[in-house]
Ligand binder design. Structure first.
Ligand code: GDP
Length: 455
């Protein structure tokens, strides 16, 4: 395999920057662009050692640098690796990379270092996926959950399930294939217990997916409500900024404003939509209304805002109906004055949970946050539990769960051991695709396609 190199740090001016080189010629290539002040050669340096010196191309010194040496297999990729850290100027980094490439390295593709780590057995596919999730983590729970996945929490859970299925399948196959031998028959109770327990573990993983996704990726959220009910004020109250202009003239919020807000343990990408009004003649406002509806359709969570100080209107009723198929929280705002809104009528129109607040006075927000966490299922999220972090993993677990369910049904219907084993084999296959042991080249390429260069 070729020796690859890339800038591993952000492509922006910073204190330090690192060029990473990996492959069988990493040490000699590094030696040709780096001279230690001690005179030591990188090729003669043991792993986990650093050398201080100059990085250069030919006679031209580019920068002062530190070269960190890792020897195969004890490195991230499992290959010989050298990391050259120099000053983090963009030009300097590109210049050092060019020198390294001119010395014989190939430019690394996005995710190629991690792909090599996977191919060299340093991590399985689900752990590799956790690398990018960890890099993108925007909060403490996301960090803890993805680090846990990188440490193999999901892999271990999946391996236990797969091993249990494999032992069962092997036992049944032996019993079918060698009927004359003294292999005791696996009782239906033992078989169904194993299958039911594996199914329960897989189902629990699937159940945690949406909450995990909300915590890892954030949640598209629409704040809807007719003009002047206090949507912008709520957005500001949650985000603590004055980005949306709050006025008492109906229809001021003409476009869709987005704000990313940490609400409890989850990041909401909040869009304050223009009041969804159908009776506007204002062309610009019409565009806002269309965008608001699009944003509404896309949203995973809707905060439906009502004005407690005015009676329910037909527009409100229409919106409440629209929200009935959505993850929605009805936010009754302006509860700081006389309440003219008929809360019982709202409850008869919608089964969504209801939060009474005063956005202007920042009252009731904690309760609203708690309700949001409950609706998204993120309340009580345990970052130390195994977590499915990608759609690919979810699809594998879903298929394996279906296979195990089919196997269970087959046992219950008294279908032959052969047929049960076919279902169990499919489940094992799907779990092996998840961890990467049986993943096709296309699946592997797809996983690493979205990685950044240098990781
Ligand atoms: P939007 O059109 O739904 O975005 O509404 P705004 O956020 O622009 O608010 C409209 C008006 O309602 C403004 O004058 C706000 O000050 C007022 N308002 C918003 N929230 C509250 C609240 O909790 N209590 C009271 N009394 N007024 C509020």
């Amino acid at each position: 395999m070729s020796t690859i190199a890339a800038i591993a740090t952000a492509q922006a001016a910073s204190g330090l920057g690192t060029i990473k080189i990996s492959g069988e010629n990493a040490l000699t290539i590094a030696d040709s662009v780096f001279s230690a002040v001690s005179g030591k050669k990188i090729c003669e340096t043991p792993g986990y050692r650093a050398l201080y010196g100059k990085v250069h191309e030919g006679e031209t010194v580019i920068d002062d640098a530190v070269a960190l040496v890792f020897r195969a297999p004890k490195s991230y990729t499992g290959e010989d690796v050298v990391e050259i850290s120099c000053h983090g100027g963009l030009y300097i980094l590109k210049r050092v990379l060019r020198a390294v490439l001119n010395a014989g390295a190939q430019p690394a593709e996005g995710g190629e270092f991690t792909k090599r780590a996977f191919l060299n057995g340093k991590m399985d596919l689900s752990e590799a996926e956790a690398v990018m999730s960890l890099i993108s983590a925007s909060g403490e729970e996301a960090r803890a959950a993805t680090l846990n996945a990188l440490d193999g929490a999901l892999s271990r859970e999946i391996t236990v399930c797969r091993d249990r299925l494999a032992v069962t399948a092997a036992f049944m196959a032996a019993w079918v294939d060698y009927p004359d031998d003294e292999i005791p028959e696996l009782s239906d109770t033992e078989l169904t217990t194993t299958l039911a327990e594996v199914k329960a573990t897989l189902t629990k993983l699937l159940d945690g997916f949406d909450a995990g996704k909300a915590i890892l990726d954030g949640v598209d959220t629409a704040i809807v409500g007719r003009p002047n009910v206090g949507k912008s004020t709520l957005l500001n109250a949650l985000s603590g900024t004055d980005r949306a202009i709050v006025t008492s003239v109906a229809g001021t919020t003409r476009d869709v404003l987005e704000e990313t807000v940490k609400v409890g343990n989850v990041t909401l990408r909040l869009a304050d939509t223009a009041g969804i009004r159908t009776d506007t003649d204002d062309e610009i406002e019409k565009i806002g209304v269309i965008r608001a509806k699009e944003r509404f359709d896309r949203a995973t969570l809707v905060l439906m805002v009502l004005d407690a100080q005015s009676p329910l209107t037909d527009d409100d009723r229409e919106l409440i109906k629209m929200c009935n198929n959505k993850n929605c929280v009805i936010v009754v705002n302006k509860t700081d004055g006389d309440i003219l809104l008929n809360i019982d009528e709202i409850k008869s129109l919608s089964s969504s949970p209801l939060a009474e607040i005063s956005a202007k006075n920042h009252m009731g927000l904690d309760n609203l946050i708690e309700i949001v966490e409950n609706v998204l299922g993120t309340a009580g999220f345990d970052p130390s539990a195994p977590l499915i972090t990608t759609e690919r993993q979810r699809s594998c677990v879903l298929k394996a769960t279906e296979n195990v369910t089919e196997a269970l049904d087959a046992v219950n219907m008294g279908i032959t051991a052969d047929a049960v084993n076919v279902c169990i084999d499919c489940a094992i296959e799907n779990l092996s695709i998840l961890t990467g042991e049986k993943a096709t080249q296309t699946v592997v390429d797809e996983v690493f396609k979205n990685f950044c260069v240098g990781k």
